[in-house]
Design a protein around this ligand. Sequence first.
Ligand SMILES: O=P(O)(O)OC[C@H]1O[C@H](OP(=O)(O)OP(=O)(O)O)[C@H](O)[C@@H]1O
Ligand SMILES: Nc1nc2[nH]cnc2c(=O)[nH]1
Ligand SMILES: [Mg+2]
Length: 165
Amino acid sequence: MNNPNEKSFPVSWDQFHRDSRALAWRLAGLGSFDAIVAIARGGLVPAAIVARELNIRTVETVAVKSYDHQNQGGIKVLKEISPPLLELARGGAKILIVDDLVDTGSTARVVREMLPGAHFATVYAKPKGREMVDTFITEVSQDTWIFFPWDLDVAYVAPISGGTD
Ligand SMILES: O=P(O)(O)OC[C@H]1O[C@H](OP(=O)(O)OP(=O)(O)O)[C@H](O)[C@@H]1O
Ligand SMILES: Nc1nc2[nH]cnc2c(=O)[nH]1
Ligand SMILES: [Mg+2]
């Protein structure tokens, strides 16, 4: 469970693109990967950016749902990894798993079991889950909720003084 999330960490598109590129730079130093498995939905955007930067054309998805808004429920695998991708992995191909973040590590644990030899990468990591990730860019504290740009809109904010004008 993440609530109460005392702090919030809103991420803009620009920031997310920059952090995802930073992830791609770090992964580029680890040799080449044959395919990416994106954990939908959150992993789709960073996976697209990493695939573009590393020129990886084979991109597969696994859909895992763990949270309803900010509440963690049971893990549900809504779409499995396709048999051809699993076959590729069994044949020794280097597979990169990408997600937007690791929080408790539950999602990462479930997907790692599907692809034991794969490299697991996320853009952000919280302390409870960081051991489950091979490569990440930025650590945020456990009591922080990360707001991604696809969940945000530009909105009015009251002045610090509390007034309305
Ligand atoms: O480490 P954990 O505690 O498992 O949390 C991390 C997972 O939670 C979020 O997905 P979510 O279940 O909200 O689904 P979504 O990607 O479709 O938004 C996020 O995208 C990660 O996949
Ligand atoms: N958007 C978002 N989804 C999450 N799933 C688990 N933790 C988080 C978080 O901090 N932000
Ligand atoms: Mg997710």
